[in-house]
Write a protein that binds this ligand. Structure first.
Ligand code: FES
Length: 157
């Protein structure tokens, strides 16, 4: 798969460079764009970002590998996260994880063979009072049940 940037994509990244008072502040948003376009942050994009944001390739790489929502391998079209924090663990998040693996057809941190889903365990999502907390395509869903998780694959095209 080609990971070269189109003129439109380069223009969008440039817009993030000038959006904040300090150009480097736009790097994370630029990386989010790249993740959205390619479903991952390909290493070959890092030099372009480094030049654009006047930083080193190593720094871009550090940021790109720090946040769980930025991936090195292509993520699924739909991304699901289950919280493994204490409140959620006590509320049965491990059972939800087992259910995710079975219903989405992928192991934790992997993408389903058809490219539709990937899922991962995450640290506290800030919704401890709605444990176990589930994140579906960046939307928070509290009080996850095995029944609801089993329907995810049907409901997400
Ligand atoms: S521990 Fe799961 S949302 Fe806080």
């Amino acid at each position: 798969m080609s990971h070269s940037l189109s003129a439109e994509q380069k223009a969008e990244l440039e817009a993030w460079r000038t959006y904040y008072p300090y150009p480097i502040m736009g790097l994370l948003e630029a990386l989010r764009c790249v993740q959205g376009w390619f479903r991952c942050v390909p290493p070959e994009v890092e030099p372009h970002l480094a030049e654009l944001f006047s930083t080193s390739v190593a720094h871009v790489h550090e940021v790109a590998t720090f946040f769980p929502f930025l991936t090195r391998k292509p993520a699924g079209r739909h991304r699901v996260g289950i919280c493994r924090g204490l409140s959620c663990a006590m509320a049965g998040s491990k059972d939800i994880s087992r259910c995710l693996e079975k219903s989405l057809g992928a192991r934790e941190g992997e993408t389903s063979p058809d490219g539709r889903f990937s899922w991962e365990e995450m640290e506290c999502l800030g919704a401890c009072d709605h444990a176990p907390a589930l994140l579906v395509d960046e939307r928070l869903k509290g009080k996850a049940t095995e029944e609801a998780v089993a329907k995810l694959a049907e409901n997400l095209k």
